[in-house]
Design a protein around this ligand. Structure first.
Ligand code: HGY
Ligand code: MN
Ligand code: MN
Length: 416
């Protein structure tokens, strides 16, 4: 005997076609995407999402951080909406599915509801959060952070990119700075569908990750000042090589993270060397150390050891060093009722599943502070992400979106 709704599924081919169509916007150089936040490519992707959402019968809201809200009305206009969504911006060498699956999976949910004329008490809103990645403008999850009250809008507008362009100006330039007050919208619940971006689900042969927690994150930007000099004629004892100091610090980053194995992680993905000339000893380096752990005390330990040991290295080498916390959030525990809605949806649909801690940061980590929130994850091939070779299967995408559909319908209460 089929369980109630067990056969209620999304149109997986339509979902996959939409993912492939969006992937053609802001293409990368190796099959992935470079659709960085508040670029023209970002704007093109937004227009495509807007067109699709209107065709699906949605009204579109836009707030002052460019967050997009495609709403399907509910039968009770006073009921707070159930929100779903993620982000359409990508890394410079990003994949086709990171964030995009959550936005277009949400759109597919609304398309399926229209196909089947399903009505819910609570409205349903599909969200595209601006600048989740935090690459062009640190920190990550910038706009969901403003929405949840972690950052002021003014501070967010003042973020500048490597070319000195401000976030606020670029958002206005691409024409996606809306009028709505950021954070004024109240949510009944928020669900984010996302690829795992790690190897666990594939290794465990599970179709669905029921995300119970998200690990915390810390970004420390370090600036070291040495002395530019000739790489050939400067005797080794006379050098103040900022690049060498950075190398010694990054070696310590590895050891600090490994001292908290197996869950803590640490690396530096952002490095700028000045003047970056082959025959000049670098007199200045600026780099960001990314530490993460499910435990706040571990993050705090790694942050403090980094500062102490980096200071010692630079003092020994006779160089100045400064530190700036440019991003971070504490480990997250998602809402048990929403998590249970995800888990029971996977059971009802017969999808293999397991509880999971999210290794990556997501907009859900901030929204969890202002609304009951949970995440659904699907596997990705070899756990690879933030790489143009990122890949998932149509079956994984469909299973994750089916679970999103069921969890949302249970929460939004079907009325017809
Ligand atoms: O950094 C993160 O974890 C996210 O992918 N922006
Ligand atoms: Mn993402
Ligand atoms: Mn990402």
């Amino acid at each position: 005997m089929a369980a109630i709704g067990e056969n209620l599924k999304i149109n997986s081919e339509r979902l996959w076609d939409s993912l492939m169509d969006m992937a053609r916007v802001g293409p990368g150089v190796a099959g992935g995407n470079n659709r960085q936040t508040v670029t023209d490519a970002d704007s093109e992707g937004r227009h495509l999402f807007h067109t699709w959402a209107e065709a699906a019968g949605c009204s579109m809201g836009l707030d002052q951080m460019g967050n997009m809200f495609a709403m399907r009305a509910g039968t009770d206009p006073d009921a707070l909406p159930v929100y779903v969504g993620s982000h359409l911006d990508t890394q410079p060498t990003g994949g086709k599915y990171d964030g995009v699956l959550g936005v277009l999976g949400g759109l597919e949910l609304l398309r399926t509801m229209s196909d089947l004329d399903i009505k819910t008490k609570h409205p349903i809103v599909v969200t595209n959060w601006t600048n989740e990645e935090g690459t062009r403008y640190a920190p990550a999850m910038l706009s969901s952070g403003v929405f949840a009250g972690l950052h002021s809008q003014e501070w967010a507008y003042e973020r500048t990119d490597a070319d000195g362009k401000s976030f606020g100006d670029e958002l206005a330039r691409i024409g996606w700075r809306g009028d709505e007050t950021v954070g004024a919208r109240k949510m009944h619940a928020f669900f984010e569908l996302h690829i795992e971006q790690g190897p666990i689900l594939e290794a465990e042969d599970k179709q669905i990750g029921v995300v119970t927690h998200g690990q915390g994150l810390s970004w420390t930007e370090i600036t070291i000042l040495g002395k530019d000099a000739h790489t050939g004629s400067t005797p080794m004892p006379m050098r103040k090589n900022a690049g060498l100091a950075m190398a010694r610090i990054l070696d310590r980053v590895e050891d600090i993270a490994m001292s908290h194995a197996p869950h803590a992680v640490g690396a530096a993905g952002h490095v700028n060397v000045y003047p970056n000339s082959r025959n000049v000893i670098p007199g200045k380096v600026v780099f960001t150390v990314d530490f993460r752990s499910p435990e706040l005390a571990v993050i705090q330990d790694m942050e403090s050891r980094l500062r102490v040991e980096a200071q010692e290295i630079c003092d020994t080498m006779g160089m100045e060093v400064s530190f700036e916390k440019v991003g971070g959030f504490d480990p997250v525990t998602f809402d048990e009722t929403c998590v249970q809605a995800v888990r029971s949806a996977a059971v009802r649909l017969g999808y293999s599943h397991m509880d999971l801690i999210s290794g990556a940061g997501h907009d859900a980590c901030w929204i969890n502070r202002v609304a009951p929130t949970a995440m659904i994850m699907c596997p990705c091939v070899d756990g690879l992400s933030h790489n143009e070779a990122e890949e998932i299967s149509p079956e994984w995408a469909a299973a994750g979106t089916d679970v999103l559909l069921h969890a949302v319908l249970e929460t939004a209460i079907i009325t017809a």
